[in-house]
Write a protein that binds this ligand. Structure first.
Ligand code: FES
Length: 102
């Protein structure tokens, strides 16, 4: 058994560019997207549709849905996605909320 954490391998992973909310980030390729964004300082992934309360990853195993993000127009759980070059990430339904306030 290898006692070293597999997460330490991410320190050696090549960095790829992604965009979250229009802000560029260099994240380790193949890392868990939710964990990589949290490590990069992103803590609000979405706002609840009713109260607008901020939400971020909680369970990290696909159960709570607090990590929802929109990638290329599809709402997905960030904790179930690997970091890949060129991901364009926004908060789910962000443009709809702006439209509703107009
Ligand atoms: S953190 Fe709970 S579903 Fe992603």
């Amino acid at each position: 058994m290898n006692p070293a954490s597999p997460f330490l391998e991410l320190q050696k992973a090549p960095r790829v560019q992604v965009s979250s909310g229009g802000v560029p980030f260099d994240l380790p390729e193949g890392a868990n997207l939710a964990a990589a964004l949290l490590a990069a300082g992103v803590d609000v992934f979405r706002h609840t549709p009713v109260s607008g309360a901020p939400r971020g990853p909680f369970c990290m195993m696909g159960a709570c849905f607090d990590c929802l993000v929109e990638i290329d127009g599809v709402v997905r759980q960030a904790c179930m996605i690997e970091v890949k070059q060129g991901l364009q990430i926004t908060k789910p339904h962000e443009t709809e909320a702006v439209d509703d306030q107009a």
